[in-house]
Structure formats: structure tokens, C-alpha cells
Design a protein around this ligand. Structure first.
Ligand SMILES: C[S@@+](CC[C@H](N)C(=O)[O-])C[C@H]1O[C@@H](n2cnc3c(N)ncnc32)[C@H](O)[C@@H]1O
Length: 267
């Protein structure tokens, strides 16, 4: 190796380490601090809590999960920091109690949640939206996937006939163009977790909700730690606008329904 290369190499490695590893962490820490300041100023709009029992009565989820590429706690891959609680079973408990006919999920990823929803809601049709990597924008986006890898789990388990896959950035989404006469019973917001995207996603689903409809927001927690600040701040802003979004206790879910007086949610 020439002397020039021997000197240049450590500078190159340091440059890419700072650009790809250090700066994104700092940037997210600054965004998180900003979100915390905003939420603290608006403390009366912090999400009130609701328990699963209050939401759906005594019923809990029962059944054997499809765990392929599970992308919410408990993740298919071992991650001690993320797997300290369970988000998929409460979601499926809500779905089992409601038995929705129309489900819309924003953020398909590999399709494990869609596969489970199809398995445990036999009457449901699922519309699920994920931008291919080349159409992605935003920062807290989790995966950049090809069209082939988006949704492979539900296809592998034979559920493709009950699923409409939409390859779009949710910023561009016109839900009415896809739904026809259907109205959404269960909406799941789990795409880009930047505050503005979550607010956009709520605005895209809300006009199409059925009377008994419920929207859940993933990665929403009052601690606002790690990546949990963007969606929580969106929910606080939406509460300021009059939407009564609550936090499902012991989970990373926010929940909104038009009529909180009509609990428990059921068929
Ligand atoms: C957290 S993952 C979804 C996990 C999935 N709901 C599940 O439970 O298996 C978020 C997904 O949203 C997609 N995504 C991020 N930003 C998006 C956007 N603006 N529009 C559409 N999809 C987006 C990412 O590609 C990623 O696959």
C-alpha cells in the first residue's frame, strides 16, 4: 500500500462511520428532544390510557401466531431492547373481538401482520400499503424493500386472494380510489413514524372509517424513547385537534375510535 493510501484510508473510514453511524443517532436524539419539549408544553393533551379489557371486554387473543419475519414485539429476531412486551397479541385480540370485514394497514413490510390478520379474521379483506424502496421518503422508515420482498409472508401462507397490495408512498395515497364501496373497520398505521407522516396517514384513513371503525397507531408510547417519539407526538397533535386518541396500556399502540362510549368493541 502506498503511503498516500495508508494515510487516506483511516480518514475515509472515519468519514463514513461519522456520516452513517454517528450523525443519524445525533439527528434522532435532537428530533426526540424537540418532540419531548413540544409534548411537555401540551401536557393536557397527553394520551390517556385504556386497557385491553376496557377496549374489548374480558376477551384476549388465543391462537398460534405466524411468526415469519414478525416485525413487532415479540419480533421474530431476538432483540432484547424491543422484546420486553407484546404488541401483536393485543392487536389480534382487538381484531378477533371486532371481526372486521375491511382492514387497511399502512406499512406492510414482509407481511407477517397481514398473514395473522387473515388467519384470525376469516371474513376480512386486507388492503395493505408499502412504498418500494425507490419511492420512499421520510426518516423513521424501518425497511427499504423491493416489490418482491414486500408482503412475501402472507403470499407464502396462501392469503394473496384476500389481500390487495398497494405499492405507494402513503403521502400519495388516495384510499377512496382503492376501496370502492367498502368502509374501514380496522385501520393500522405502521409505515413511516415521522410525526408529519403519521398525521398524514390518519387523515388518509379517517374519512373512510365505518361507524364502528378503529384506527391503531404502532410505535406510540408515552416514554417517547428510541423511535417512539414521532408517532406519539402526532397523536398529541391530533388530540389537540379534537381526536380522542388513547394509549393502549402495556403496549406500543395508540387507539382511536369515533365513539368511545360504545365500548367494548365487538362485532
Ligand atoms: C414498521 S414496518 C411495518 C411492519 C408491518 N406492519 C408488520 O407488522 O409486519 C414499516 C414499513 O413501512 C414502509 N414505509 C415507510 N415509509 C413509508 C411510506 N411513506 N409509505 C409507504 N410505506 C412506507 C417501510 O418500507 C416498512 O416496510
Amino acid at each position: 500500500m502506498s503511503l498516500y493510501k495508508a494515510i487516506k484510508r483511516p480518514f475515509g473510514l472515519t468519514y463514513y462511520y461519522v456520516k452513517d453511524e454517528v450523525l443519524p443517532v445525533w439527528r434522532q436524539a435532537l428530533l426526540r428532544a424537540d418532540a419531548r419539549r413540544e409534548v411537555n408544553r401540551s401536557s393536557r393533551h397527553r394520551l390517556t390510557g385504556v386497557t385491553l379489557a376496557e377496549l374489548i371486554g374480558v376477551r384476549t387473543f388465543s391462537g398460534e401466531l405466524i411468526m415469519d419475519q414478525m416485525c413487532m414485539p415479540p419480533h421474530a429476531f431476538q432483540d432484547a431492547t424491543m422484546n420486553d412486551h407484546d404488541d401483536i397479541r393485543p392487536l389480534l385480540a382487538i381484531a378477533q373481538a371486532m371481526q372486521p370485514r375491511t382492514i387497511v394497514e399502512l406499512g406492510t413490510a414482509h407481511g407477517s401482520t397481514v398473514a395473522n390478520l387473515c388467519k384470525f379474521c376469516p371474513e376480512a379483506h386486507v388492503w395493505t400499503v408499502n412504498a418500494p424502496a425507490e419511492d420512499m421518503t421520510g426518516s423513521i422508515t424501518t425497511f427499504e424493500l423491493t416489490k418482491q420482498s414486500i408482503g412475501w409472508v402472507y403470499r407464502e401462507h396462501g392469503y394473496a386472494p384476500r389481500v390487495t397490495q398497494i405499492f405507494e408512498n402513503t403521502l400519495e395515497l388516495e384510499m377512496g380510489a382503492h376501496l370502492g364501496d367498502a368502509r374501514i373497520d380496522l385501520g393500522i398505521i405502521d409505515a413511516c413514524h415521522d410525526t408529519e407522516f403519521v398525521m398524514n396517514d390518519f387523515a388518509k384513513l379517517r374519512p373512510w372509517m365505518s361507524e364502528r371503525g378503529v384506527i391503531v397507531f404502532h410505535d406510540t408510547h408515552p416514554s417517547m424513547r428510541k423511535h417512539l417519539f414521532g408517532s406519539y407526538r402526532a397523536c398529541v397533535r391530533l388530540r389537540e385537534q379534537g381526536y380522542d386518541i388513547r394509549h393502549l396500556r402495556e403496549t406500543w399502540w395508540g387507539v382511536w375510535t369515533k365513539n368511545w362510549d360504545a365500548l367494548p368493541l365487538a362485532r
